[in-house]
Design a protein around this ligand. Structure first.
Ligand code: XIL
Length: 374
């Protein structure tokens, strides 16, 4: 009976906006004096299909990132064919709700169609052709949302673990300067947008060194880079708070904004070497790698809360220099971590459970707000 009445209310008036999620102090309010707090969204959360999660997003976050809808393979699947249907909805949702809207991403080795690097006979194209394709794509996509998308991940994951440049399709054809070209094209297309370099495992020493050198070189050449995104797809025991602290400090010294752009905490046994978040990796499933299919045991739940408290304790030490902390997803239910790097696992990486309710880790994040801003 109660369910029926609730269903009638939802049908008549929409999902109630004063649910549990709004009654708590919210993430965005708690961290107001420190940094923006955001989440990566999938279409169900911004197109009216999942009112419960949409209400949660509106109440908790003041910045959003597109989990997939702005990637090359989605907006530009075939030569000359652009599809902005989902991206337009995403940007409208952000604007309507006064959120800082992020664009992710422009130049990456993953989720980019093979045709981009080939001619009609499937032979590799030359530097000139690929540069033109890159410029056209950036102008079209950035230009469409000029003034509305406030910050762009211009280049994503250009580095190997040892800090050298990844041998992607981009570098093989264009050369090392594909990175600076991408930033310059983005600046041409939107003179105001913030422009970021985004990568994972920058807390590991060798990769961090490579990234610091890359950013310094770009800045020395006058390339318009405004920030660095630390993805922070972290594990329970990696990276340490000290590694994160040092990484934020070091990038801060270069005079760029620092953002945590894709935060989640993997509670399952590691299936890949520490730190990698290469979306193109895949590991065979094995029950040993999926120990909590029916719920997270209480001790692990508590460990996760503590991990989140430490993470936000560290981010909070850098209020202002860290301008944004974005989670890679909203609830555990749709997190990419259920399917990467092993398909079909049950993971618990975020602050909201599969019923969109706050987990104990939510409380620890709220508690971790630095005294100076609370
Ligand atoms: C992931 C998405 O979450 C998945 O849905 C998709 O299948 C693969 O990509 N680093 C990034 C993100 O920069 O774009 C990736 O997102 C996760 C790793």
């Amino acid at each position: 009976m109660r369910t029926t009445i609730f269903a009638i209310i939802v049908l008549a008036f929409g999902f109630p906006t004063d649910t549990y999620a709004q009654q708590q102090p919210t993430l965005k309010d708690a961290y107001k004096g420190c940094f923006l707090v955001g989440a990566a969204l999938n279409p169900a959360q911004f197109s009216g299909e999942d009112p419960r999660e949409e209400a949660l997003v509106k109440s908790q976050f003041n910045t959003i990132s597109p989990e997939n809808v702005l990637k090359w393979e989605v907006v530009h699947p075939h030569p000359g064919t652009y599809d902005f249907s989902l991206a337009d909805k995403y940007v409208e949702f952000g604007q309507l709700n006064h959120m800082f809207v992020i664009g992710h991403n422009l130049v990456w080795h993953s989720q980019v169609p093979q045709w981009v690097f080939e001619d009609e006979n499937h032979n590799p194209v030359g530097r000139k052709v690929l540069l033109k394709r890159m410029r056209d794509h950036i102008h079209k996509v950035v230009g469409r949302y000029k003034g509305r998308i406030k910050g762009w991940d211009v280049v994503n994951e250009a580095l190997n673990e040892d800090g050298t440049l990844r041998q992607s399709g981009w570098i093989k054809i264009i050369g090392d300067d594909y990175i600076e070209k991408a930033f310059r094209y983005a600046r041409e297309a939107d003179p105001q947008a913030q422009l970021y370099y985004n990568d994972y495992s920058l807390e590991n020493e060798a990769k961090r060194k490579g990234a610091l050198e890359l950013v310094s070189k770009l800045k020395a050449k006058g390339v318009p880079i405004t920030g660095v995104g630390l993805q922070d797809h972290v594990q329970m025991d990696w990276p340490t708070a000290d590694q994160i602290d040092a990484t934020i400090t070091e990038f801060g010294k270069l005079g760029v904004k620092v953002m945590i752009t894709e935060l989640d905490v993997d509670v399952l046994p590691a299936a890949t070497p520490s730190g990698t978040a290469d979306a193109s990796l895949s590991v065979a499933s094995d029950p040993k790698l999926n120990p909590y299919p029916n719920g997270l045991p209480e001790p692990v739940q508590q460990e996760l809360s503590k991990r989140y408290a430490d993470l936000f304790g560290t981010y909070g030490k850098h209020c202002g220099l860290v301008s944004r902390v974005t989670f890679w997803g909203v609830t555990d239910k749709e997190s990419w971590k259920n399917n990467w790097p092993v398909k079909g696992r049950t993971n618990y990486p975020l602050l909201f459970n599969r019923d969109a309710e706050p987990k104990p880790a939510f409380g620890s994040v709220i508690q971790a707000v630095p005294k100076s801003v609370s």
